[in-house]
Design a protein around this ligand. Structure first.
Ligand code: BES
Ligand code: MN
Ligand code: ZN
Length: 491
């Protein structure tokens, strides 16, 4: 990961980055972009040159916009003008991403920040730099970006140390979630995922990990996880990771869907729908990464994270449409479509959390339905909760972190579609509103914690088809940033 250095003196001036803000919108669209005044110690001659050439660059100051100017034989040898937009955190994050891409072929750059820049803005800038420079390639010939060091020139570097360290932790854990999600399923079976969690947790004190294998799952009655995992040569696992700081008052349980590959099972998916199903554990990756992040930041909140892991395969031992599954705690589901597997594993985990862990708040993230993208497009999670405060808090944290989600309804009228002649519940009613009915199904397993529960269907925003601001093509790590920001508000 790119190294960020905070410095008060411009000791290395090869490429100097200068911030340009958008012209004042209230003055009309003609308002020209402006160079933001930066700290002392910079060659006055270079600053004058930048100010002179600004109008000719036609920069608007939109965040992430860049123009390079070469000054052979002089110091600095390159000026890079960078739009930072309106000065809000979102724009600083986008500016960081634009900078990471524009300077990808440099090895070191120095960015002179405005004298009065808020710590939150610098944190967002660092997140943008670290997230946009992410690459996942499985080849020795992979071309990693050359950019290795970014010096941030600040009048009082110490005042920014905490914000930058937090941003680095948020970015590092988001990148871990991306790595886990991008990894091909030939490598990523349930045991591999559990091993990755163990390796990451070993670096941090006060984290406790328990991994259940098929025998323990059978002994304790986790029928949903076992059914979905039954068709695979790589057996299912249940990861239980706990961060328990001494001073915690609130206990949060996070649950993430961990299907390491989703063929659809016997109700097999067609080719285009199956091609990216290695990402079907993005929910598990996000909650695990957020928990590791919370531990690294030593947030004073108790977190127990559950990742039910299984590979949904087609084979002679696979579960069948029409089978009845008995979940943890005893509720049964008629499984008419083996491709509705995520809710079966989540049902076990939610019921276990409700009965055994008794948290104050219960949150789950899942790449649950294609209907998420039908309803909200590719960038937004679908958020469900009956708890107004919890929904508002999560939405605010997600938005503040630069992610996006939209609150969806849990209509009482639709509950009847969950009825089954054979079992307590029908796992996949074909009545439309697929993301909504899936949420209603999950709610049945939350018992008396129903109004302390929140679910996010994040199938759509878990993946990006291209590079876009701080998102790099592939897994996005969606949820890590929003969860960490929300967890940091609890005590
Ligand atoms: N993993 C899929 C959902 C999904 C689709 C995630 C596209 C990411 C992108 C899930 O297991 C699934 O197959 N859902 C079905 C449910 C249906 C069978 C009730 C769906 O959405 O079609
Ligand atoms: Mn499926
Ligand atoms: Zn799935």
């Amino acid at each position: 990961m790119l190294a960020i250095r905070l410095t008060a003196g411009a000791d290395r001036l090869d490429t100097l980055v200068l911030p340009v803000r958008s012209g004042d919108a209230t003055a009309g669209s003609e308002a020209p972009a402006e160079l933001l005044a930066t700290g002392a110690g910079l060659p006055a001659e270079a600053l004058e040159e930048a100010a002179e050439l600004l109008p000719a660059t036609r920069l608007t100051g939109r965040s992430g916009e860049t123009r390079a100017h070469l000054r052979p034989g002089r110091t600095p040898a390159r000026l890079l003008l960078l739009g930072v937009g309106d000065g809000g955190e979102k724009d600083w994050r986008t500016a960081g991403a634009g900078l990471a891409r524009a300077a990808a072929d440099e090895t070191q750059i120095t960015f002179a920040l405005p004298a009065d820049v808020p710590a939150g803005a610098v944190g967002a800038l660092v997140e943008g730099l670290l997230l946009a420079s992410y690459r996942f390639r499985m080849t020795d010939a992979g071309k990693a970006p050359a950019l290795a060091e970014v010096d941030l020139l600040l009048a009082d570097p110490e005042a920014y140390r905490d914000a930058v360290e937090t941003a680095e932790t948020v970015a590092r854990t988001t990148r871990l979630a991306r790595d886990l999600t991008n990894t091909p399923s030939s490598v990523k079976n349930p045991q591999w995922f559990a091993d990755q969690v163990a390796a990451a947790a070993a670096d941090l004190p006060d984290l406790h990990l328990r991994v259940r294998g098929p025998e323990e799952l059978a002994a304790e009655g986790f029928g949903g996880i076992l059914a979905v995992g039954a068709g695979s040569a790589s057996g299912p696992r249940l990861v239980e990771l706990e961060w328990r700081p001494a001073d915690a008052r609130t206990h949060v349980v996070l649950v993430g869907k961990g299907i390491t590959f989703d063929t659809g099972g016997i109700s097999i998916k067609p080719v285009p729908a199956m091609k990216l199903m290695r990402k079907d554990m993005a929910g598990a990756a996000a909650v695990v990464a957020a928990t590791l992040g919370a531990a690294a930041l030593r947030l004073p909140v108790r977190i127990t994270t559950l990742a039910p892991l299984a590979e949904n395969m087609v084979s002679g031992s696979a579960f069948r449409p029409g089978d009845v599954v008995r979940h943890y705690g005893g509720l049964t589901s008629e499984t008419t479509n083996s491709d509705a597997e995520g809710r079966l594993v989540l049902a076990d985990a939610l019921a276990y959390a409700e009965r055994e862990l008794r948290p104050d708040l219960l949150i789950d993230l899942a790449t649950l339905t294609g209907a998420n993208a039908v309803a909200l497009g590719k960038r937004m999670g679908a958020l469900y909760s009956e708890n107004e405060q919890l929904a508002a808090d999560l939405l605010a944290a997600i938005d503040g972190a630069g992610e996006a989600a939209w609150r969806m309804p849990l209509p009482a009228d639709y509950v009847e579609h969950l009825g089954s002649d054979l079992a307590d519940l029908h796992s996949s009613p074909a009545v439309g509103g697929g993301s909504v009915t899936a949420a209603l199904y999950l709610r049945e397993f939350t018992g008396d914690l129903r109004d302390r529960w929140l679910h996010i269907d994040m199938s759509a925003p878990s993946w990006s088809d291209g590079d876009d601001a701080e998102l790099a093509r592939g897994a996005t790590g969606w949820g890590v940033r929003g969860l960490l920001r929300w967890l940091a508000t609890l005590d």
